[in-house]
Design a protein around this ligand. Structure first.
Ligand SMILES: *[C@@H]1O[C@H](CO)[C@@H](O)[C@H](O)[C@H]1NC(C)=O
Ligand SMILES: *[C@@H]1O[C@H](CO)[C@@H](O)[C@H](O)[C@H]1NC(C)=O
Ligand SMILES: *[C@@H]1O[C@H](CO)[C@@H](O)[C@H](O)[C@H]1NC(C)=O
Ligand SMILES: *[C@@H]1O[C@H](CO)[C@@H](O)[C@H](O)[C@H]1NC(C)=O
Ligand SMILES: *[C@@H]1O[C@H](CO)[C@@H](O)[C@H](O)[C@H]1NC(C)=O
Ligand SMILES: *[C@@H]1O[C@H](CO)[C@@H](O)[C@H](O)[C@H]1NC(C)=O
Ligand SMILES: *[C@@H]1O[C@H](CO)[C@@H](O)[C@H](O)[C@H]1NC(C)=O
Length: 923
């Protein structure tokens, strides 16, 4: 679209008249020879930015404009954005103004103006000292940004948050006076050019969030001795951290995180004695923490998270008396938590999770520090009772014991408390009721006894409560369900009736394996996931459990698993050589009991009790010897049949044909699936009822899920209509809960490795169930997790193209694909491959959603859809380290309830990729 030239001319005339007539000159002269002041005035009008100003003579006092004494404009800062939508920028052009008319311009700030192209005429502004074009949509058009090289007076150049790609132009070497250079959040690629060595006046340099690669060679910045802030994070830099970094002795902040740097931290970093913050997160740095870091006495923030750093925490760090944040999590740190940590009086945030730290928690560490994460280590002893003003405490997955100190309740800012998977004993102190800010409370898998204190009712913000697998008894406090969304009280010894759930927001409720009695409250149907199994006195069909010692669930499940594994192992040995058949069918629950039965049919070896009796012959009968009519699908490792048993129960059978079952890799996957599914039990993971090894065939027996795969449901026009936004969001949430459980609550963690929409099955309520564990892998922390590539094209994480190291982050990627596919209605392959391109990022979310169903309108749906899309995009990050963990994802779903503060139709993919609406993984 072009605005007619006549329009411009008339505008020019209109505004040229005023000053000229004042000066008494004839009108004809005006048009042919405007004074440069008039040209400036015209340019301002043309921009459309000041359309609410009517007196052009008064322009030097318009907002954002400064003039010199002669009335020529020297400064333009953030013109009013009022008219921004109708401006030329919207039409995909830069502003119409030719900036070369502003001969005296010194300061130009056009940040956040929605510019699509570099402003015209910039390169003539030879007095310009300050240029801010950040937060626009600039691209690397030919000639720009190298045209900026003419601005040799420039002191400040900020072109961050644009879509500028290509090499950093060599012409920048002309900008020798530059003090501040911000190129961050663009698409610059290639290596850092040598030119920076000429910019010896630089104080601030930010190249973060680009696609820069190559080594950080010393020559690049050896001359930058005035540098105070250096940010090279979120690129693809590789190689060692050069020792010469120690020459930049004026540095105050240094950020090298999220790159591919290797090798040790050079001890020369200790020369940077003015440093206040040092970030080395998410690289592959190894070696130990150099004691020279103790020389950085001004340091306030030190983060080395997600590396391979070993050794112990050096005692020299005791000198870092200004330290506020220390994050060494997910490394290989050994030794104990030093006692002197408590002497760092400024320290407010310490994260040591995911290391090999042993010994006791120092007795005064919880006094001053408010955010403490010591989870997944080898700590022993108990929680110190000297507790100050904690806001976050995670000591889960350690070997801690003893009681939960009553003092914890006096820490009234506490919002997250995680004590899971330790050996805590005693009862839950009633002081817990004082923690009125609490959002998430988890104490599962301990040996906690007594009753749940009624004071827990006071926790009005509590969203998630997991007290599962303890020895709790008594009744469930009646006010418990008021605000919770996630409740897991399974495997305790709770009694009494279930308080009414009506009007409550519970969406995940597990009270299984207790001694609850009475009626099921009416509101239960509004609960998305609930499990009440094995409460023998509850009215309804919840008697289904073996009469075992329920107080022992944790140990029990482990030993049962051991038993099953022995059986699987023995099958491995005997299979093929002896022609006997083995059928193993187990009850639907964690507590299984081996019943050695005299086999009814000669070919049954043993049977796990399952809803009465079931035998190989029953299955043959039910499927008319695996007639094709009963076949409901064919997967990678066999065909799936639907069978109705004599008892009326419908099951699904995954059968491997004999030829397949003799193939060692199929056979391995069969055993893998049994091994994995035997161990896990989760509402969103398919239940394995049993398996059968028989000389005629081998098969797995599953629960039958009526609605088949998510893939088929999305592909079918009618079923896709039925999958409205809230159902789709629930499917994604359910999948995330299943994966979070496998990754973070199973020891060792389980990686599925083949998450696709075909492997997510739906039950009649359209809840998701993750299935097909034939390729799953137990992440053995003691050996490397190298393996051949498996998975499905289009869902496999990109790093598996060049590494064979399987991590949970591979599943996170596949989950991202599945989530997008569910929202878009089709496989997002093309969309993903174009994600780094600005054209894709400029897309609006509403335009990528499945168009077969109406756009979301309910507030809850809007919130959820935007959250799902944000999380999915984060999961698709090509750097596995910057993907959120599945636990982050699940927690974000559980915690999401913030009111809408965006206009849905204006939300772009770009905003979601930058998490401008939801910031994920808050903790
Ligand atoms: C426009 O601004 C000039 C300079 O400040 C002033 O002298 C003049 O009176 C203003 N005109 C109107 C119409 O307000
Ligand atoms: C440029 O503008 C952005 C947005 O207004 C601002 O955040 C940033 O600090 C500015 N850059 C400089 C160097 O002043
Ligand atoms: C830089 O300025 C010179 C003279 O001032 C001019 O000839 C040249 O075209 C300018 N370069 C660019 C890229 O605008
Ligand atoms: C560098 O830029 C990124 C955004 O691209 C910003 O998050 C970061 O804080 C900046 N670093 C410094 C040291 O200012
Ligand atoms: C450092 O700067 C000086 C003077 O600007 C220059 O002569 C020298 O070549 C630069 N060093 C490097 C390594 O580029
Ligand atoms: C950097 O520091 C080392 C000492 O660590 C010194 O030998 C070297 O000359 C310095 N390099 C520059 C370019 O100043
Ligand atoms: C902590 O500081 C006090 C007083 O400065 C000192 O006596 C004590 O030894 C320090 N504790 C440790 C463990 O270093």
């Amino acid at each position: 679209m072009v605005i007619p030239t006549s329009f411009f001319i008339s505008v020019l005339l209109l505004f040229a008249i005023n000053p000229i007539t004042e000066a008494g000159t004839h009108r004809k002269v005006v048009v042919s020879k405007l004074s440069h002041l008039d040209e400036e005035a015209n340019a301002l009008i043309l921009s459309g930015w000041w359309s609410n100003q009517h007196n052009i003579s008064n322009r030097c006092s318009w907002p954002g404009i400064h003039c010199n004494n002669a009335g020529s404009i020297t400064e333009i800062t953030s013109p009013p954005r009022k008219n921004y939508d109708s401006s030329l920028a919207k039409q995909g052009r830069s502003t119409g103004i030719d900036f070369s008319v502003f001969l005296n311009l010194v300061h130009l700030d056009l940040s956040e103006m929605g510019l699509y192209g570099f402003p015209k005429g910039l390169s003539s502004l030879n007095k310009l000292k300050f240029l801010n074009l950040s937060h626009n949509k600039l691209k690397d058009e030919p000639g720009s940004p190298s045209s900026l090289a003419n601005l040799t007076q420039l002191l400040v150049l900020d072109i961050s948050y644009n879509f500028i790609g290509g090499q950093i132009p060599n012409e920048f070497s002309m900008l020798e006076r530059l003090v501040t250079l911000d190129l961050s959040s663009n698409l610059f690629s290639g290596t850092i050019p040598l030119i920076f060595s000429h910019m010896s006046n630089l104080i601030y340099m930010n190249l973060s969030s680009n696609q820069l690669t190559g080594d950080l060679t010393a020559t690049t910045y050896a001359n930058l001795t005035k540098l105070e802030n250096l940010d090279l994070s979120q690129n693809g830099f590789s190689g060692l951290i050069p020792q010469e970094i120690g020459n930049l002795t004026n540095l105050l902040t240094l950020d090298l995180s999220l790159n591919n740097l290797v090798g040790p931290i050079p001890h020369q970093i200790g020369y940077l004695n003015r440093l206040t913050s040092l970030h080395l997160n998410s690289n592959s740095i190894n070696g130990s923490i150099p004691s020279s870091l103790g020389l950085l006495t001004q340091l306030e923030v030190l983060t080395i998270k997600n590396n391979e750093v070993g050794g112990s925490i050096p005692s020299e760090l005791e000198n870092l008396v200004h330290l506020k944040v220390l994050d060494l999590s997910y490394n290989e740190i050994l030794g104990v938590i030093p006692k002197w940590i408590s002497n760092l009086t400024q320290l407010d945030d310490i994260r040591l999770s995911g290391n090999q730290i042993c010994g006791y928690i120092p007795s005064t560490i919880l006094v001053h520090i408010s955010h403490v994460d010591l989870s997944t280590n080898k700590l022993i002893g108990s929680i110190p009772f000297q507790i100050g003003n904690l806001s976050y405490l995670d000591v889960s997955y350690n070997n801690l014991a003893g009681p939960i100190p009553e003092q914890i309740g006096y820490s009234n800012r506490l919002t997250f408390l995680h004590l899971d998977s330790n050996c805590f004993t005693g009862s839950i102190p009633s002081s817990i009721g004082l923690l009125t800010e609490m959002i998430m409370l988890t104490m599962g898998h301990n040996k906690i006894n007594g009753s749940i204190p009624i004071e827990i009712d006071h926790l009005l913000h509590l969203g998630a409560l997991d007290l599962s697998t303890n020895r709790l008894s008594g009744v469930i406090p009646s006010g418990l369900f008021v605000h919770l969304t996630f409740v897991d009280l399974s495997t305790n010894n709770l009694s009494g009736s279930i308080p009414s759930l009506i009007g409550k927001s519970v969406n995940h409720l597990d009270l299984s394996y207790n001694n609850l009695s009475g009626n099921i409250p009416e509101g239960i149907d509004s609960v998305q996931f609930y499990n009440l199994e094995c409460n023998p006195f509850l009215n309804g069909d919840y008697h289904n459990c073996q009469s075992e010692n329920l107080n022992n669930g944790h140990d029990k499940s482990l030993s049962t698993l051991g038993l099953v594994l022995i059986i699987v192992a023995s099958i491995l040995v005997s299979f093929g050589s002896i022609g006997i058949g083995i059928c193993v069918l187990f009850a639907r629950h964690r507590s299984r009991r081996l019943k050695s039965k005299a086999a009814k049919h000669g070919d049954l070896f043993s049977i796990w009790e399952y809803d009465g009796k079931i035998a190989f012959e029953d299955i043959v009968e039910a499927t008319e010897d695996f007639d094709i009519r009963y076949c409901i699908g064919t997967g990678a490792y066999g065909s799936v049949y639907k069978a109705e048993l004599p008892s009326g129960k419908t099951i699904a059978l995954k059968k491997l044909h004999k030829t397949e079952s003799e193939n060692p890799s199929f056979y391995k996957s069969f055993c893998k699936e049994v091994e994995v599914l035997t161990e896990i039990r989760h509402r969103n993971i398919i239940r394995l009822y049993g398996y059968c090894l028989h000389n005629r065939c081998m098969f797995l027996v599953y629960e039958y899920l009526e609605r088949g795969s998510l893939f088929c449901n999305l592909a079918n026009e009618i079923e896709a209509q039925e999958l409205n936004w809230s159902k789709r969001v629930n499917i994604i949430k359910g999948t995330s809960y299943a994966l979070a459980y496998m990754h973070h609550h199973c020891t060792p963690p389980i990686v599925h490795r083949d998450i696709t929409t075909s492997n997510i099955l739906l039950n009649s309520e359209l809840d998701a169930c993750v299935s097909d564990f034939g390729t799953a892998r137990l992440l053995d922390t003691d050996s490397s997790n190298l393996t051949i590539l498996v998975g499905t094209y289009g869902y496999v994480a990109p790093e598996l193209a060049y590494t064979i190291n399987v991590t949970t982050k591979c599943d996170v990627y596949s989950f991202g694909v599945v989530a997008l596919e569910t929202m878009m209605g089709h496989h997002p392959g093309e969309f993903i491959s174009r994600l780094s391109k600005p054209s894709t990022q400029n897309l609006m979310v509403k335009d990528v959603l499945d168009s077969r169903i109406p756009l979301p309108i309910l507030e809850k749906d809007l919130q959820d859809v935007v959250l799902v899309m944000t999380l999915a995009l984060a999961c698709l990050s090509s750097d596995p380290k910057s993907r959120p963990s599945m636990e982050d994802v699940a927690n974000d779903f559980l915690a999401s309830n913030s009111p809408i503060h965006f206009s849905f139709s204006d939300v772009s993919i770009y905003q979601l990729m930058n998490q401008e609406i939801y910031v994920i993984g808050k903790n």
